[in-house]
Design a protein around this ligand. Structure first.
Ligand code: FE2
Length: 221
């Protein structure tokens, strides 16, 4: 399969003093991200090298099954952290721009979404992903227990909160209160422009898909 190797990116948030989230936490966290890059490439190599005419496909256990499932964990570990590190390093504050406009409609008030996303962050075991649905243009706070569970297809992540303990235990303590303080710190450091750029791309993709659909409809006589 024609897969290129992925590489770890550098992020401005790693070279700044964030408010509440220490450099040590960010540096250690980045090492985990590098680990996901390495394992993604390792999985791709194995998947490339399988002889698919000979390999066993077995639902209980097979190397094909194991590496294909763990590949999604590695790849989404890369993707989720790419967004996470990418949109930290901002000046925080309330949501702005198109994102604020959409959540205001979707949740009947920006303040209601803010409460909802904070509660989602306390209910998730791994991530909260605010995602834009390419099918109907809605936004939803996905509660994800790991990076590869429970998002849906055609969802484009626009905001990602890592709530694994490694993201906050050293700075705030591995307690529910510690997590709550971390989530507040996360929002104090969020770059809303980055979130809005993600959303802009998602809306453009949806618009593009619907215009292609319209072109394909041949009028009947
Ligand atoms: Fe993480």
């Amino acid at each position: 399969m024609p897969w290129d190797e992925i590489t770890a990116r550098d992020f401005p948030s790693l070279h700044k003093d964030l408010d509440g989230i220490s450099r040590k936490t960010m540096e250690d966290h980045y090492k985990l991200y590098q680990g996901y890059v390495k394992k993604t490439n390792e999985c791709r190599k194995i998947l490339n090298e399988f002889d698919y005419s000979e390999i066993e496909g077995n639902q209980v256990y097979s190397p094909l099954r194991a590496v294909s499932v763990d590949y999604t964990f590695a790849l989404l570990g890369f993707k989720n952290h790419d967004l996470y590190f990418g949109h930290l390093g901002g000046s925080g504050g309330d949501p702005t721009g198109r994102f604020a406009e959409l959540i205001d409609q979707e949740f009947n008030g920006v303040d209601k979404w803010q409460n909802a996303v904070r509660k989602a962050a306390s209910a998730a075991r791994g991530w909260v992903m605010v995602g834009y649905d390419l099918n109907d243009g809605s936004l939803f706070n996905y509660i994800m227990d790991t990076q590869n569970l429970w998002a849906v297809y055609n969802m484009v992540p626009v905001l990602a909160i890592d709530v694994y303990e490694h993201a906050y235990a050293a700075d705030f303590g591995a307690t529910p209160d510690g997590r709550g303080e971390y989530v507040e710190a996360f929002f104090r450091n969020l770059d809303w422009d980055h979130v809005n750029r993600q959303l802009q791309q998602a809306e453009a993709a949806r618009q593009g898909a619907s215009s292609i659909g319209a072109q394909e409809q041949v009028p009947t006589v």
